[in-house]
Design a protein around this ligand. Structure first.
Ligand code: TRP
Length: 327
């Protein structure tokens, strides 16, 4: 029995931070063991919102790929590639656009939400409306069974099920209907207590040097009700404690929990300890990172090989699609 196929993509919009790691990459890394995995940089997707400022996208692809490799995505276990190098995604997107009713796209929740939120650019474009359909093409062109995503992306995977079903009904069964693979992820907020995001300037990056990790950790928000060190703290509402739960040993977690509540461990010292834990967690990752940075050819070779493997699968699917549609 061949392993079921997993596919996921990430927009290249800058260096990766710890939120990406716990939110997606740690999970992808695990999936490599049991599935036939395809992971790619969704650079065309990035264009749907960053069309005015496109340089950042190309730079980010390499940065992001190096981050992927350093945290343990492996070219031996997974196919790692770049969306824009596989033109078949664009062809399938076009063909699917012929059979997809516009209201299916207009009712995807992220469409109205992002138009409302990203007010500094014009998102009334054709490409932005079609973005979830491009995502459908990304997924079904590899006949993926499972798509690991965060909750915000589930409606997109559902659209891909509907479109796959419609294609199979109109022509002939070519595509499996993909399922979202929702993963329970620990919640790590940014250093200011909001969602960790590059654009909020509150992220701890995988590539941050030790002094930067220490500086950022030292200004992290803790339990807002704990004003003096002698006030007992509540770890349940403390973001620093959430970090401990992900990165510290179980013994440290229970000690911090106890000492914070007893007001024997102050926030400053607690954050100092967390910073050292993060620094040692990142050290081996950054060592590997430095090796890849020194050898850009190696990264390019890995990507070239990944793109070739992806292209073979995509091209095969497109043959079936053209035959099914008689074109
Ligand atoms: N839309 C996803 C995001 O913004 C990225 C993405 C593009 C994706 N194509 C995909 C995710 C296919 C999963 C499967 O995060």
């Amino acid at each position: 029995m061949p392993k079921p196929r997993v596919l996921s993509g990430m927009r290249p919009t800058g260096k990766l931070h710890l939120g990406h790691l716990v939110g997606a990459l740690d999970n992808w890394k695990q999936l490599q063991e049991d599935y036939d995995c395809f992971f790619f940089a969704a650079d065309w997707h990035a264009l749907t919102t960053e069309y005015q400022d496109t340089e950042i996208i190309q730079e980010s692809i390499r940065d992001m790929m190096i981050d992927w490799l350093t945290v343990g995505l492996s070219p031996e276990k997974s196919v790692l590639f770049i969306q824009s190098r596989i033109k078949e995604h664009a062809e399938l997107h076009l063909l699917l656009s012929m059979i997809t009713p516009v209201p299916w796209l207009e009712r995807v929740p992220s469409f109205k939400e992002q138009q409302r939120e990203l007010t500094n650019r014009d998102l009334s474009t054709y490409g932005f409306l079609g973005y979830p359909l491009l995502q459908t093409a990304d997924i079904i062109i590899y006949k993926a069974h499972k798509v690991p995503v965060g909750v915000d992306q589930v409606p997109h995977v559902e659209l891909s099920r509907e479109v796959a079903r419609r294609f199979n009904f109109l022509y002939r069964p070519v595509f499996p209907e993909p399922d979202p693979l929702l993963t329970e992820v620990p919640k790590l907020l940014g250093i200011d207590g909001r969602k960790m995001s590059k654009s909020y300037d509150n992220a701890i990056f995988i590539s941050d040097p030790p002094e930067e990790v220490r500086r950022k950790t030292s200004v992290m928000f803790t339990d807002p009700n704990r004003i003096k060190k002698s006030d007992p703290g509540n770890p349940d509402i403390c973001n620093v404690f959430s970090f401990h739960k992900v990165y510290s040993s179980p013994e440290t977690v229970s000690r911090v929990n106890r000492e914070c509540r007893a007001a024997t461990l102050g926030c400053v010292e607690d954050k100092r300890q967390l910073a050292e834990t993060l620094v040692s967690y990142l050290a081996p990752i950054q060592e590997v990172r430095a090796r890849y940075l020194k050898d850009p050819r190696l990264v390019e070779e890995i990507l070239e090989e990944g793109c070739q493997r992806a292209r073979r699968v995509a091209a095969q699917t497109m043959e079936e699609v053209r035959a099914a549609m008689k074109i």
